[in-house]
Design a binder for this molecule. Structure first.
Ligand code: PMP
Length: 410
């Protein structure tokens, strides 16, 4: 699966594209949604990072919708405050109280999903040519967003304890200049599933302070821990340090189609966030905000998360059991304590981009490793989402994947 180059055909039309258009790289993850929608045969989908279809609380949301976004609520269809609908910001504040993301109202700006939070951060802090560090592997859309603001990327290795912060320091020394932004997905990382240890979080904060770099703390999966002990968020450890810019979303905990998330930043940044958002979407979709408000204010999130954590643990363990029986001789994989993803590396090597079309024919989809590295460091790896498929479908999907591997690798 390759992402079509968006620029060449437009240039061929003689249109006067801006220089930044050349750095718009798109996301192989998001493109897989359209690719899979166009297939008519049965496919086990390990590709997208979506909650299980059964995990979307449709009944509760529909009931809230009938009350809050129904015929009697025309105001729910109006423009809303750019910083977010006040009842949602208040409900969120109450929800976060006592957690590692506890905050104050003046720090919260509601966004159109986590992606808008990333876009706002890079837009506010990155000039063309600035250095931005990303993890290797990193979340594709995060690095793509940095590139869209013409950042220069430095890839920092990830191991079982998250970003290798010692390597970050060395690589920045070698680069001879400090990063404007350090981008990290610290908890149940997308795509590796790794969690940054407390010691590394503290060290990372020290480095950000020493360099004056913004620490972009993208943590959409933190509420989905199903094993091991909690680690404080970078937000908590920063204790109000304005260098930490935290991006959160309801996409993984409630539903991705809502497109509701938030950023937690120093209050002094909010006027700039508002100005930037007013040039993007004016305000986040109000009906969707009302649905989330009803979900939080009705006390549904805690119970929902309890059920989901238990189910995702079951699904991850089922995936690992099947991997051991189907790929025990052929690959190794990570052991996340939460979130949605496993990272699998073939040994001996298999080119996972060449594997993709064969796998699709067999009826299984994943995201090839190179999608998670701008310099394509992971040709032998792939990302599997364990959250969206039942254990039975997971077995079927991995057996199909094994057939594809045998076909491609001989
Ligand atoms: N950051 C990470 C690490 C993610 O995995 C995702 C979703 N895949 C996002 C941000 C974007 O979230 P949203 O869908 O809310 O825009």
């Amino acid at each position: 699966m390759t992402i079509p180059d968006p620029v060449t055909p437009v240039r061929d039309q003689g249109l006067p594209l801006a220089s930044r258009a050349d750095q718009l790289v798109g996301s192989m993850i998001d493109s897989s949604t359209s690719l899979l929608a166009a297939q008519s045969h049965d496919i086990v989908r390990f590709a997208m990072g979506s909650p299980a279809a059964e995990a979307i609380p449709t009944k509760v949301l529909a009931a809230i919708g009938a009350e809050e976004v129904g015929e009697a609520s025309p105001d729910a269809f109006d423009y809303a405050a750019t910083e977010g609908d006040l009842p949602l910001r208040q409900a969120l504040l109450a929800e976060l109280e006592g957690t590692s993301d506890a905050t104050t109202l003046d720090r919260i700006t509601v966004t159109s999903g986590g992606m808008q939070g990333l876009d706002l951060a890079f837009k506010l802090f990155v000039d063309p040519g600035d250095l931005v560090t990303v993890e290797a592997p990193t979340y594709t859309n995060g690095s793509a967003t940095a590139l869209s603001y013409q950042a220069e990327l430095l890839e920092v290795p990830v191991d079982d304890d998250g970003m290798d912060v010692g390597a970050l320091e060395r690589l920045v020394d070698e680069a001879g200049r400090t990063p404007r932004v350090i981008y990290t997905v610290p908890t149940f990382q997308n795509p590796s599933g790794a969690t940054l240890t407390l010691e590394r979080r503290q060290r990372l904060l020290e480095l950000a302070r020493r360099w004056g770099s913004v620490l972009l703390d993208d943590d959409p999966y933190g509420m989905l821990r199903f094993a091991g002990d909690d680690v404080p968020t970078l937000h908590e450890l920063a204790d109000g340090d304005p260098l930490v810019f935290s991006v959160r979303t309801f996409s993984k905990t409630v539903a991705p189609g809502l497109r509701v998330g938030w950023v937690d930043t120093d209050p002094s940044l909010q006027p700039l966030l508002i100005n930037a958002k007013q040039a993007m979407d004016t305000c986040t979709n109000l009906p969707a905000q009302r649905l989330v408000t009803g979900f939080l204010a009705g006390g549904h999130l805690d119970e929902h998360l309890r059920t989901q954590r238990a189910e995702y643990r079951r699904r991850k363990e089922a995936m690992q059991d099947v991997l051991a029986s189907v790929f025990g001789d052929r690959a190794r994989w990570t052991d996340p304590e939460g979130g949605f993803f496993l990272w699998l590396t073939f040994d001996p090597a298999v080119d996972t981009e060449a594997l993709f079309p064969a796998a699709l024919e067999e009826g299984v989809a994943f995201i090839p490793g190179n999608a998670f590295s701008p310099s394509r460091l992971f040709p032998d790896a792939l990302r599997l989402c364990f959250a969206s498929t039942t254990p039975e479908r997971t077995r079927e999907g991995l057996e199909r994947l094994r057939r594809a591997v045998d076909r491609v690798a001989g």
